[in-house]
Design a protein around this ligand. Structure first.
Ligand code: F6R
Ligand code: MG
Ligand code: MG
Length: 365
């Protein structure tokens, strides 16, 4: 059975500030998706949140980029925005960048990760959702899962994975894409994905079967809109077990709270802290950035789950490390490298300050 798994998310209002989602919005989204399931468009769905982002997890047989499914997500976000406006939630409708839907939510504000595949005898998937960071945050974890034998021992000792994986990388500034084959091209791959604000891993394929293994959302809200409208707060789907990394190999990269861009005003570096769903409530300095991992088994399109994978105590050290790193970085205040370089900040007063002071700059010689 060919099934499409679509995760479509948007920040359509925060509670309180940008720290959390109001339960009424999730309830409203549930009403919309129940109807779509009853009408037969969706095989199944799960409504959840990560911080201030509303997450719609949907299974169906319409394929990727389905106009009907994207329309459903858009309409759901619009209905929830009405609710957010009534509650006067913060930034109500902030990720809906257009007044009218035109066939696909890509480029209109919401984030999208989708993949179509033949459901296996058993189909474990993990959905990663992050808040207060950008799409490039997945580069290092995905590299570790699918190309680093120090993370994924299966690459070395499991015959099903020994051939390696193909990485589709997007240059989100030039609007171009390229495929790298690992392991033989890892040095070339790293030249690009080591710069995650410019080059982002979009998807990963098994090199033997050609089957899709992972898909991420890569939209850059700041670039779409031309001005600051909120961080990307990306999502990522990863298939596990068999010819793909085991569940534990997929989770392992997050035992290290890597530094990512985002946090306060989308203009700082901060550690990506793995947390349970209940702790996806970025509060300290609007952060630090968080990631949750929800595990599902698919059963003929039904979403059996979720299991809250980062609730596990074995991620306590990563959380502690993230808190220590937060103290250390925060002590830099407005200085780089806590604050992002000038051209990476999503909030800046530089043009106005420069204009005001232009006459006071004199030549050095
Ligand atoms: C970061 C974020 C928050 C806001 C900050 C200012 O992604 O969402 O840190 O940038 O609370 O709020 P606004 O930008 O809504 O004035
Ligand atoms: Mg927000
Ligand atoms: Mg958010």
């Amino acid at each position: 059975m060919k099934i499409t798994l679509s995760v479509i998310k948007a920040d359509i209002g925060g509670y309180v500030g940008h720290s959390e989602s109001h339960p009424d919005l999730l309830a409203q989204a549930d009403v919309c998706l129940t109807k779509a399931k009853r009408d037969g468009l969706l095989a199944d769905y799960h409504v959840t949140k990560c911080g201030d982002d509303l997450q719609l997890v949907m299974t169906h047989e319409e394929g990727e980029d389905s106009e009907q499914v994207h329309q459903l997500a858009w309409d759901t976000f619009c209905e929830c925005t009405e609710m957010a406006k009534k509650l006067k939630l913060y930034g109500a409708g902030q990720d809906l960048l257009s007044d009218a839907f035109s066939g696909n939510v890509r480029g209109m504000g919401p984030g999208v990760a989708e993949m179509e595949f033949e459901e296996r005898t058993s189909e474990p998937v993990i959905l990663f959702m992050a808040d207060k960071t950008s799409s490039g945050a997945w580069n290092m974890p995905l590299y570790k899962m699918f190309a680093d034998p120090f993370n994924t021992i299966g690459l070395v000792i499991a015959e099903s994975m020994h051939q390696g994986f193909a990485f589709e990388v997007h240059d989100i500034k030039a609007g171009k894409k390229i495929i790298f084959n690992t392991p033989e091209e890892i040095y070339d791959l790293l030249v690009f994905i080591g710069a995650p604000s410019h080059y982002m891993i979009k998807s990963i394929y098994h090199r033997g079967s050609g089957n899709i293994a992972a898909a991420s959302s890569t939209q850059k809200l700041a670039l779409i809109h031309g001005r600051y409208v909120g961080k990307d707060d990306p999502v990522c789907i990863v298939r596990c077990q068999g010819e793909f990394p085991a569940v534990g190999e997929v989770l392992e990269p997050f035992s290290f709270p890597l530094l990512v861009q985002g946090w306060m005003r989308g203009s700082h570096h901060g550690p990506l802290m793995p947390v349970a769903l209940k702790d996806s409530t970025p509060s300290r300095f609007d952060g630090p950035p968080r990631v949750i991992a929800l595990g599902f088994q698919l059963a003929n399109g039904a979403l059996v789950g979720p299991r809250d994978m980062f609730e596990d105590v074995s991620f306590d050290n990563a959380r502690q490390q993230a808190k220590n790193a937060s103290d250390y970085l925060r002590a830099h205040g407005p200085f780089e490298p806590h604050r992002l370089p000038l051209d990476e900040m999503e909030y800046t007063t530089m043009p106005q300050v420069m204009k005001k002071l232009a006459n006071r700059f004199t030549s050095l010689d």
